[in-house]
Design a protein around this ligand. Structure first.
Ligand SMILES: Cc1ncc(COP(=O)(O)O)c(C=O)c1O
Length: 360
């Protein structure tokens, strides 16, 4: 068996030990003679898996008691609609910050449900910067303020948490949850799809403060209603049981690796290594302002785009895959989530240097 270094933006690389554990337990979970896939979600075996999953996430993120932790379906995209439907609370507007492709999508979907004030917009910079907080136009009467903590496509990441007083802060953390420590108490809602730092695709984590629950739009689909899901332990309908189990294994791996602070330390080292290699080269460049560069998704372009195909071909041959940038921005993108080992980044940097030497 040979494993490659997979730089995919999501679904993405998983810790090898998690895959091996899943393989070991595939046919017989803990002596039950059943695969987790075959278990009733109401049975005591699966209930124990679900409880551990939730408790481990609470531990890892230090989630205060006044928050509900939900595991839903429909992806972060489902939440783009579910958020206004759940928390407008009789108001008719919400504030959004536009820092890239994912916030643009969130805004588009929100507009089906309320008036949207775009409090700050980085479009003019081609999404290579985050507008400074001083210039944000935040309406304190709006229902909430939404932003995307890490723009997976543009490689732009908030390095701190915006503070705009009492307006509930809603954050899409799909591509950087568990990668750095955050103070959950600053947020009204945090949501994230699982397929980057938490496991395979198929689980959407929603962490929502209690006071925001219980006033959903009466026409909301029940599966998206935070109150109904919270009352049913996220099992209002049949959950994606096997995916919950796999996310649970990834959370155990994060714990065993030293927790979120240890992940953050390692992510900083990986990102520094890769950005430094880009800075020092005359072939590669990254357009993002260095104070807002993402630790998770590192886009870069080659000075001569004619070399792109050759770069990708030789990288794949060297066991470094899925480096093609998103079609909307072109070039390359290396996603270096928690599960990407330092050796993967070192291998990429060595490959890039060698390619530059032979092709520049
Ligand atoms: C930041 C961000 N938000 C939202 C999404 C959409 O997630 P999903 O495809 O799970 O709906 C993605 C997907 O990659 C993302 O990176």
């Amino acid at each position: 068996m040979s494993r490659i270094f997979n730089f995919s933006a999501g679904p993405s690389i998983l810790p090898e030990s998690v895959l091996l554990k899943a393989q070991q337990e595939l046919l017989d979970w803990h002596g039950t003679g059943m695969s987790v896939m075959e278990m009733s979600h109401r049975g005591k075996e699966f209930i124990s898996i679900a409880e551990e999953l939730k408790n481990d996430l609470i531990d890892l993120l230090n989630i205060p008691d006044n928050y509900k932790v939900l595991f839903l379906q429909g992806g972060a995209t489902g939440q783009f609609a579910a958020i206004p439907q759940n928390i407008l609370r009789g108001k008719d507007s919400a504030c959004y910050v536009n820092t890239g492709a994912w916030s643009t999508k969130a805004i588009k979907e929100a507009k089906n449900h309320c008036n949207v004030t775009v409090s700050a917009d980085a479009k003019a910079s081609n999404f290579t910067d985050i507008p400074s907080y001083a210039g944000w136009d935040v309406d304190q009467n709006a229902a909430y303020l939404h932003y995307t903590a890490n723009e997976t496509i543009h490689g732009v990441e908030f390095q701190d948490i915006p503070d705009f007083g009492d307006i509930p802060l809603v954050c899409d953390m799909s591509s950087n949850i568990l990668s750095r420590t955050v103070d959950i108490s600053k947020f009204g809602i945090i949501y994230a799809g699982s397929q980057k730092n938490m496991g395979p695709a198929g689980v959407t984590v929603v962490i929502v403060r209690d006071d925001l629950i219980g006033q959903a739009d009466s026409k909301i689909a029940s599966v998206f209603d935070y109150n109904q899901q919270a009352k049913n332990d996220s099992m209002l309908n049949t959950p994606a049981t096997y995916n919950w189990y796999l996310v649970g294994l990834v959370l155990k791996w994060v714990k065993d690796s030293g927790g979120v602070a240890a992940m953050e330390q390692q992510n900083q080292i990986k990102a520094d290594t890769l950005y430094k290699a880009i800075e020092q080269s005359s072939l590669y460049s990254n357009p993002v302002k260095n104070t807002v560069r993402s630790r998770m998704n590192v886009p870069f372009v080659l000075a001569d785009s004619e070399l792109d195909a050759e770069f990708l071909k030789l990288a794949t041959k060297s066991g470094l895959t899925t480096l093609k940038g998103h079609r909307s921005v072109g070039g390359m993108r290396a996603s270096i989530y928690n599960a990407m080992p330092v050796e993967g980044v070192n291998a990429l940097v060595s490959f890039m240097a060698e390619f530059e030497k032979t092709h520049a």
